[in-house]
Design a protein around this ligand. Sequence first.
Ligand code: NAI
Length: 469
Amino acid sequence: MTTHHTATVTATTTGAWIPGDGNGPEIAAAVRDVLAAAGAPIAWDEQSAGLGCIDWAPNGLPDATLSAIRRHKVALKGPTATPVGGGHKSVNVTIRKALELYANVRPVKSLPGVTTRFANVDLVIVRENVEDTYGGIEHMQTPDVAQCLKVITRQGSLAIARYAFELARAWGRRRVTCVHKANIHKLTDGLFLTCFQEVAADYPDIASDSALVDAVCMQLVTAPERFDVLVMPNLYGDILSDLAAGLVGGLGVAPAGNIGEDIAVFEAVHGTAPDIAGMGLANPTALLLSATQMLRHLGQHGDAGRIEAALTATLAAGIVIRGLGGSASTSAFVQAIISHLPDAIDAAASGPQARIPAAPAAPVTPSTAWVLDGVDVFVECEGVPQLPEAIGPFVLRLISNRGTKIYPGPVPDIRLVNWHRVRYIAQGPVTDDDVLALVAEVGRHYRWMHLEKLCQADGTACYSKAQGE
Ligand code: NAI
């Protein structure tokens, strides 16, 4: 049935509008034109972020922008540039973390008229959005050794797993796959996987399984149709969503939503595309599909469905933009979409229908039952550190270099760097004062730069072994 629509939602919603850097302003303007032509009842409040405001907001994110997102509760954002190496932190990461937008939802669906190696991809990547290495907690331990902390929490893992299952239910999906590397990252990814399994038990109507991230990469590029909803820690999600975008036509068609408890920011997966910025060639599809994801989040399924149908009709009519194998410019492509709007079939029912309820916060587990086992002290030293066998109530149990055991026993055939983990284990109950005395003694021999308490809970060590231990 073809319907000539007028917007069905009467109340006008407000949203923050953040054009961003590079190709951002071009695609943001294009999307705004389509939304306006569709009659989507949204009043936009334009805000800045990225390089354009770096002179007066050194982190690229003015307070006013953050306040506007908080006020409106939704935002549509163009990409913003992040310098590699030095410079300011990623504006996106800052927004996600500042607003606790814990779920990054990236639908990956084959589009008609967009020819790729696969015709029937239809999966959703649910990426944990605030934890993992994205805390950006990094230190130079020595002039030669950099370290980044990968932080996975029980609360964060439970929340994202529950979100993935709720999404599967709401979007009519059948299976959720947990993507991890728990064979190597036994504690961090192990916790993520355990939390997933715990949550899966509450959703007997949705199938669940798990797979190693490396195996998933291979399967995605050979048989992507076998996946439905995939949930994963932040870094794997960052990488796999670009990979998955490549399955359906590239970054120009990959949308995303960053979802929090009551705030959501929608943006394309792609970046500022400096190679084509300002040339009128950028594909607005990714941001347009992010916008329809936003409309559905707001309950405006009719407008979302019509815009998606107009996009589909445009692609099916052979109007293909540069980057997808065609020659249409951004503006020609947008005009074609707008021209298809009046005849667009109301495809509302074909899209995901419901806003996903936020997961209730999981209770904090107290560490009162934890027993101090010993300590890992990280020291700077060329060659194998020579340290006392015993210091106070501790005995020297292990020295490892980049995770490989070099003491006790023969030093394996590895390239030693000047950064060692020295593990002292307590011979009885110990206190923090004992730990500090140990560190002071170690410090008399070598410069130390990092300290980790070793604990056990109910006889289980809460720390990893060294390779070869
Ligand atoms: P990119 O996504 O900007 O570009 C990668 C390739 O995809 C380029 O060849 C580009 O021309 C193409 N491409 C991207 N968007 C396109 C579109 N809409 N239409 C047609 N082709 C498109 O990734 P890159 O070059 O690694 O990053 C550039 C900048 O973007 C960096 O500063 C990075 O930090 C930032 N970035 C920002 C993101 C965000 O704000 N959400 C996400 C990813 C990167």
